[in-house]
Design a protein around this ligand. Structure first.
Ligand SMILES: *[C@@H]1O[C@H](CO)[C@@H](O)[C@H](O)[C@H]1NC(C)=O
Ligand SMILES: *[C@@H]1O[C@H](CO)[C@@H](O)[C@H](O)[C@H]1NC(C)=O
Ligand SMILES: *[C@@H]1O[C@H](CO)[C@@H](O)[C@H](O)[C@H]1NC(C)=O
Length: 476
């Protein structure tokens, strides 16, 4: 469809591009020599093509950055250097500017965000070096994709910025339905990778983000950023790297609500994913960013009043999860390898609506508990609806909010000790017991005598040979 139309209009396209090409050249007078050379070369190819044929030619694929196409090719038309040697900041900025300046007439996404009609900034597999962040224009816009190449920070890139920034100066939502796809982002140890601030419905898909010193991806405010199928790490390694003790920075820093991270690997960072916000969802996230024993954390959930975060089907690989004062937190179907565990940290002593269930834990038999409490600041005082149950464990110590146990004795007192398995010390909220009396004709009176220190004691009035079976629950 596009090709047929392009063939019909080929001649007009070519002339337009030539004019635009010369215009671009003069407007880029501050650019590098390589950059000028690039544009001149393109223009002369186009000119000779017309002269040779004398008729309306089929436009080569490169001639698509015309006023009618919404696909903007950074190297072909804007003179960016796809080898990554000379600076391409201006070429990228100009391409972004053009991509944002032709909205579909009168057509909007959310109020105030104009529809750019599926515009693309196409990197055509090039590697582009930039000295300044690629900041999308303050005018905002939506329905646009940046994709298909590599972007690398120069040696003098500002260290407090990100390579790509969706960050309007106003506090209003300025960007909606922006897609960053198939990009290799190399921060070159000069700041962060991608910042999504106050934006709506953004997708980061199949990106590889490395060498950041702050955050690989920052999400602040806004709603519904989807990060999927991506690889994020400060140092490129495959685990067990000799530099691991020095890894710093955060893979994904989410400071907002309603975002989803799906099928992402964080292979190097002090913190894999930091979440401060509500209604975020992490699924299929594999963290081996930095081992717990070296001070790293896979997923860190900050205290936010309401946590309301779901972590499902993730893989915590020698690095664990930390949650502060969680209120509504769900951790399920995940695999914890290499003594990785969940640490619940008390800041204000609140833990409510927490489910940790149906996970697998695997360790090296050195006695690491699968769920641990940090009450060094403040003891947990408000504990409500906390369920830790049905986790399967090899080589680590099970912790649970429920327990079942039994003991046989010939006497008048039976005690089942749950202090090793129950998560909260000295807290049993519900007990059920059965006293199964052996071959005996007597019917002893029995009573639940004591549940303190997570030990359940039942007594009878006469000595009998009996088995006490007990189930306890800390969550009711
Ligand atoms: C994450 O982002 C927030 C908000 O921009 C910032 O305050 C914080 O320092 C960042 N990094 C971490 C590790 O939380
Ligand atoms: C239980 O103890 C009593 C006396 O203490 C003894 O007579 C009885 O044989 C014991 N029963 C069993 C099953 O050991
Ligand atoms: C219950 O057990 C605790 C120790 O586990 C003990 O200090 C306490 O005195 C017992 N209470 C009763 C009523 O036996």
């Amino acid at each position: 469809m596009v090709t047929e139309k392009a063939m019909l209009l080929g001649f007009i396209y070519t002339v337009t591009v030539l004019l635009a090409g010369y215009g671009t050249e003069s407007s880029y007078s501050g650019g590098s020599d390589g950059h000028h050379h690039q544009i001149k070369r393109m223009a002369s190819i186009k000119a000779s093509y017309i002269l040779r044929n004398g008729i309306a030619p089929t436009p080569p694929a490169l001639i698509s950055s015309t006023s009618t196409s919404r696909i903007h090719h950074v190297s072909d038309y804007y003179g960016g250097d796809p080898t990554g040697i000379s600076d391409s900041t201006e070429a990228l900025e100009q391409a972004i500017f053009d991509a944002f300046r032709s909205p579909v007439d009168g057509n909007h996404l959310i109020n105030g965000v104009s529809n750019l009609g599926g515009s693309e900034l196409h990197l055509d597999g090039g590697t582009y070096k930039i000295t300044r962040p690629l900041r999308l224009p303050d005018t905002g816009g939506g329905n646009i994709m940046i994709h298909g190449g590599s972007i690398r920070a120069s040696e003098d890139f500002p260290t407090d910025r990100y390579l790509i920034e969706l960050m309007a100066s106003s506090n209003q939502l300025s960007f909606e339905y922006i897609t960053l796809k198939d990009l290799m982002i190399d921060s070159n140890f000069r700041g962060g990778g991608i910042a999504i601030v106050n934006s709506l419905r953004t997708t980061i898909d199949n990106c590889y983000i490395s060498h950041f010193t702050t955050d690989g991806i920052l999400i602040r405010d806004g709603h519904e950023t989807f990060i999927r199928n991506s690889f994020i790490g400060q140092f490129i390694n495959v685990g067990g790297d000799h530099r691991e003790k020095d890894f710093f920075g955060t893979g994904i820093n989410i400071s907002g609500n309603d975002n989803v991270v799906t099928d992402v690997v964080i292979f190097s960072a002090l913190i894999g994913v930091m979440v401060s916000g509500q209604a975020n969802m992490l699924t299929g996230v594999h963290c081996y960013n930095k081992a717990t024993t070296l001070g790293g954390t896979g997923i860190y959930i900050r205290a936010m009043g309401l946590t309301q975060t779901r972590i499902s089907n993730c893989y915590l690989d020698f690095t664990g999860i930390v949650a502060e004062d969680p209120v509504q937190l769900h951790i399920t179907g995940s695999f914890f390898l290499g003594n990785a565990f969940i640490l619940i940290k008390s800041l204000n002593g609140v833990m409510s609506g927490v489910t940790i269930a149906d996970n697998m834990f695997s360790g090296d038999y050195t006695g690491v508990r699968i769920v641990q409490l940090d009450q060094s600041n403040e003891p947990f005082r408000t504990i409500d609806q906390v369920v830790v149950d049905r986790n399967n464990v090899r080589g680590m110590v099970v912790k649970s909010t429920v327990g079942k146990g039994s003991v046989w004795r010939n006497g008048t007192s039976w005690t089942v000790d749950f202090s090793q398995v129950l998560l909260f010390p000295n807290m049993i909220k519900n007990v059920q017991y059965t006293l199964q009396v052996g071959a005996s004709t007597s019917f002893p009176n029995h009573v639940l005598r004591n549940v303190s220190e997570n030990r359940v004691t039942v007594e009878t009035d006469v000595a009998v040979s009996a088995t006490l079976r007990v189930s306890v629950d800390q969550s009711i």
